[in-house]
Design a protein. Structure first.
Lengths: 314, 305, 404
């Protein structure tokens, strides 16, 4: 029996999860600032997943898009007084534009060389971030105002900011799902599975890769801009290669090539960082152990394993 | 005496010399990584941690070993002995790593080997950070090598010259071994066609394990050399690792000669940048990497696989 | 059908249920002090776990209770990252109902925490971070800067060294705001004292190899090589300066920002004779020594740094202020703290309207290895720099709280 497809590509799982998330400000067990951080990194991880899990390209420089959007959004909101949704728009445009430039250069190469070019380009962005006056170098852009959404809804308090973040996250998730399930997404998957065959089928593979790269950079920028509002600052660690590494960890831990994987991965890593932060060096050690265990035993990632065992699509 | 952009030629020569010295260090440091990737197709992200282990073991040999063994008079293992012992210890440890974990990933995409070794690096560094903190410890230059040479206004520490000499010897020796000896050619054959080589009766898995161990031992050797110059800290490896990667990638990931030449060249270029545009000295290497990869995709000396 | 339900529940709980839950049942019948510091990263030796120990000592010495309410000390790790500092500060105020945030090493992290404290109307005390803007352009009404700042460092070390006859300088500067400010401020002092800056070179942060920069410094022939950098960069610079034979030659190396923990990491052989300025030194007088002995018992035999002593002292003052004003309301406590003269045996001075604690600074000289009796005995005080010489005059202040 054919069930009628729901609007916006929603399905029961997604609705249940989003509904649960909407209840967060009403209880005190889960801290809402923490969840907002998770949303940002979930979008960031989903953006990397679009490239890695669905197109088969590993980027080691995604922090460049995340961080540059964080800086640009912070700047336009703080210095030019733009409203938050416009700020995000500007941030996303900048990161997507950067993605176009980086992508055009990197896509000429494959595999590890592609990854190394993305890393090198990201290091150049890091250098620029330390030098350009508007980023304030080590101090970063502090005191970023959350502003009033559409000029009307004040986001300074936690609760409206939370719902705004949830909305952005939901939007990003549904959009990415749409992209992945579309004919365009199918071509991306075929590139990941067997690039020579895709070429022989007549697809302009480089063009598809570039579009995927730009989209991925744009979503990473969305994550960065949102983070600038949530934490009200943009700093050098946003463009540092450790951040690029961390998002790769989140994506792989959660499960590349699944939709909920990066989200779960982000939730786990942010949570672990938080919990282990007071134990000093243990946080690095634990991250390392998780990496090792994941690579040896859980290559599908947590959500990937669950999906595989239960034979469902997540 | 003319001045080029405000620098006297004397100063320039001095800076070039320093650049060469650093370059030889980079070459040695990249050697292990190049060997492992060139012969095993594995991207050994643990390289930085193994380098740090070499330095740490050297420091422990001098300062802590006596305490651990309960010997009163301060039992110490000298620097020169550690030059031999530390690489052996780290090599052995790495072999264990390879046999228990890395081996299982050979049939998969490179990516997994990279991630595994990255995870191992995090664990090793985390442990040493926990035990020894981040500020690290100081290791003295061995007495025999103290002092330096005064050459036209520049002071060249003997220790640095020692490092250059050892680095060049080891680099050349490794290159010669791999490219010119029978054993080396077996190693190279094992990479291209392991099954065929195994059919000839060569124990290929053993060869691979030993090669990995040797590459890691080279990293530790560089660490021992570094201990008297750089502060011995848990994070000394991660500070250098992406530079080392850049050297190997630019040189051509399969090529030993490529890494050596690139290491030296990069040392000089970085040295010049430090004179004319010092703020950019960290990023210069990445700009070069981008340019090289765009025009010569497999690196300067590499062959596209 | 059942499988999909299970799947949904599992997936949902994975995503939603993982926040660390601190029991949020904090009544306002407790005074909570949050030590926000770098517990495991580059600045953990200056402040870090030692600062938590210091805060707890202060609470214990005070009696554990104020106005009949229990005092609780919590801590969080920022790893000297502004992001973490901002979110941890927020979490401390919103979830843990903390009344005071102290520590705050690393300027970027301190600024982030100060911003949050100001928003929440709670007090922040900065002990570890250095930059002058903390009480200058970026000052906040709810903030106190307790131990030292870049003005004091440049005045203290810069002037003292020039006055001792070493007039020509060359700077090795870390290429970021902190380094630039330190270089600029010290240059002003040097010029005003009759010295001259022959040149400078800016290096990227977290540089490994300083030999090229040191060689440039050597070539300049300047009597003093000033290090306008911090942490690992300072340690690397000093170590490699020693290697290049600069120590003990006609040139001296002067680190503008240094702590006894850095000296211990480098060893006395490499650092003997070096001058640097601190806000407090343990071996200066009997009071300091007594405090240091007690601290060492709690902290594995390590003497307290100036910053850790600052955490003890400021926490003590905060608690005394609550007792005096009979409330923990931030505005009242701040008003009180800015009105009294502080003299607790460790620090003596006054907190100004811009939040800066004006007190004497100390110029130290590192001892030679044969002069040192134990691993904490690393330096001696060679000059006391009067408070008014070490603090930015209010007339020059750009802080919006200062009435002109």
């Amino acid at each position: 029996m054919q069930t009628k497809p729901m609007p916006f590509g929603l399905d029961k799982t997604t609705i249940v999860i989003l509904a649960l998330l909407a209840l967060v400000p009403l209880q005190s067990f889960v801290y809402d600032l923490f969840m907002m951080k998770v949303f940002c990194f979930a979008i960031f991880a989903m953006s990397l997943n679009l490239l890695l899990g669905y197109t088969g390209l590993l980027s080691f420089g995604h922090a460049a898009f995340f961080g540059s959007a964080a800086y640009v959004t912070s700047h336009v909101v703080k210095e030019w007084g733009l409203t938050p949704e416009l700020g995000l728009l500007v941030g996303v445009s900048v990161s997507a534009g950067l993605g176009y430039v980086f992508g055009s250069l990197a896509i000429r190469r494959q595999g590890i060389y592609f990854a190394m070019i993305t890393l090198a380009l990201a290091q150049v962005i890091y250098f620029l971030a330390t030098q350009l006056p508007f980023t304030n170098g080590e101090d970063g852009i502090q005191g970023v105002p959350r502003g009033a959404l559409f000029g009307v809804i004040d986001l300074t308090d936690s609760t409206p900011m939370y719902y705004f973040s949830l909305a952005v996250f939901a939007l990003a998730f549904l959009l990415i799902r749409r992209i992945v399930n579309s004919p365009f997404g199918q071509v991306l998957k075929s590139i990941r599975e067997n690039e020579p065959r895709a070429i022989s089928l007549g697809f302009d593979v480089d063009r598809y890769k570039l579009v995927a790269f730009v989209l991925s950079a744009g979503f990473a920028g969305l994550a960065g801009g949102l983070k600038a509002y949530v934490l009200q600052l943009a700093s050098l660690s946003d463009v540092h290669w450790h951040t690029s590494g961390e998002v790769v960890l989140m994506t792989i831990l959660g499960g590349i090539g699944t939709l909920w994987g990066p989200v779960a991965g982000a939730a786990i890593v942010v949570n672990l960082n938080n919990y282990l932060a007071n134990l000093g060096g243990w946080s690095t050690i634990t991250m390392g152990v998780i990496f090792v265990v994941c690579v040896l035993a859980f290559r599908r990632g947590i959500v990937g394993e669950i999906a595989h065992r239960l034979k469902i699509k997540l | 005496m003319f001045e080029l952009l405000g620098i006297t030629p004397q100063s320039l020569v001095a800076q070039l010399l320093i650049g060469l010295i650093n370059g030889s260090f980079y070459a040695l440091l990249s050697l292990g990584l190049a060997v492992i990737f060139g012969l095993l197709n594995v991207i050994n992200f643990t390289h930085g941690a193994q380098y740090m282990l070499g330095a740490m073991l050297t420091w422990i040999g001098l300062n802590e070993l006596g305490n651990w063994l309960g010997i009163e008079d301060g039992f110490q293992i000298s620097y020169f002995v550690m030059l031999l012992i530390a690489p052996l210890l780290v090599g052995a440890f790495s072999i264990v790593l390879e046999k228990t974990m890395l081996k299982r990933l050979y049939h998969l995409d490179h990516l997994y080997g990279l991630l595994l070794t990255f995870g191992c690096a995090l664990v090793i560094e985390g442990l040493f950070r926990h035990w020894y903190g981040v500020l690290g410890e100081s290791y003295p230059v061995p007495e025999m090598l103290e002092g330096g040479l005064r050459v036209s206004g520049l002071y060249l520490p003997y220790y640095r010259l020692w490092v250059v000499a050892l680095a060049l010897i080891v680099c050349f020796g490794t290159w010669y071994f791999i490219e010119r000896t029978k054993l080396g050619s077996m190693l190279r054959a094992g990479t291209e066609n392991p099954k065929l080589l195994q059919a000839f009766g060569v124990n290929v898995p053993l060869m691979i394990t030993l090669t990995y161990g040797a590459g890691c031992a080279l990293a530790a050797f560089a660490g021992v050399l570094a201990a008297p110059i750089y502060q011995v800290t848990a994070v000394m490896g991660s500070n250098l690792i992406i530079v080392v990667f850049a050297v190997v990638v630019i040189g051509g990931m399969g090529s030993i000669a490529g890494s050596i030449v690139t290491g030296l060249a990069l040392g000089v270029i970085e040295g010049l940048t430090k004179v004319f545009y010092p703020e950019a000295s960290s990023v210069s290497i990445f700009v070069i990497m981008i340019l090289v990869l765009l025009f010569k995709p497999a690196g300067l000396f590499g062959k596209v696989r | 059908m059942k499988k999909t339900m299970i799947a949904k529940l599992v997936a949902a709980s994975l995503v939603a249920g993982l926040g660390t839950a601190q029991a949020a049942g904090v009544s306002d019948n407790e005074v909570r002090i949050g030590v926000l510091t770098d517990l495991s990263g580059i600045y953990s030796a200056i402040e870090g776990p030692g600062a938590v120990v210091a805060a707890k000592m202060a609470v214990k010495d005070f009696g554990g209770k104020v106005l009949g309410k229990k005092i609780v000390v919590t801590s969080a790790d920022t790893q000297s990252k502004a992001d973490l500092a901002g979110s941890k500060a927020r979490e401390m105020f919103e979830k843990d109902k903390v009344d005071l945030i102290t520590g705050n090493v690393s300027t970027a992290s301190a600024l982030a925490a100060m911003e949050v404290a100001d928003q929440k109307g709670k007090i922040s005390i900065v002990t570890g971070a250095a930059s002058l803007p903390i009480t200058n352009e970026k000052c906040h009404a709810t903030n106190i800067h307790y131990v030292y700042d870049t003005y004091a460092l440049s005045r203290g070390t810069g002037k003292a060294v020039v006055d001792s006859g070493k007039k020509t300088w060359f700077f090795v500067t870390a290429d970021y705001a902190f380094g630039h400010t330190l270089e600029r401020d010290t240059t002003e002092v040097i010029n005003a004292s009759g010295g001259k800056v022959l040149g400078s070179v800016k290096h990227p942060i977290s540089t490994q190899d300083f030999s090229s920069f040191m060689a440039q410094a050597q070539a300049s022939g300047a009597q003093v090589i000033g290090l306008a950098n911090a942490g690992g960069d300072t340690i690397g610079s000093v170590k490699q300066a020693a290697e290049l034979g600069i120590m003990g030659s006609k040139q001296t190396v002067v680190p503008l920002l240094m702590f006894i923990s850095d000296v211990q990491a480098l060893g006395l052989k490499a650092t003997a004779g070096m001058n640097f300025t601190v806000g407090w030194y343990w071996d200066f007088n009997d009071n300091n020594r007594k405090f240091a002995q007690r601290f060492m018992k709690e902290f594995g035999g390590k003497a307290p740094t100036s910053v850790q002593a600052g955490v003890y002292s400021s926490t003590m003052q905060y608690l005394k202020a609550i007792e005096a004003t009979k409330t923990d309301d931030a505005a009242a406590v701040m008003k009180h703290l800015k009105s009294i003269n502080i003299d607790d045996g460790l620090f003596k001075g006054k907190i100004r309207e811009d939040g800066k604690f004006e007190h004497d600074m100390y110029l130290l000289q590192v001892k030679a290895p044969n002069e040192s009796k134990n691993k904490n005995d690393v330096a001696k005080v060679v000059k006391v720099i009067a408070a008014k010489d070490a603090t930015l005059p209010l007339s020059e202040s750009k802080c919006k709280l200062v009435k002109k």
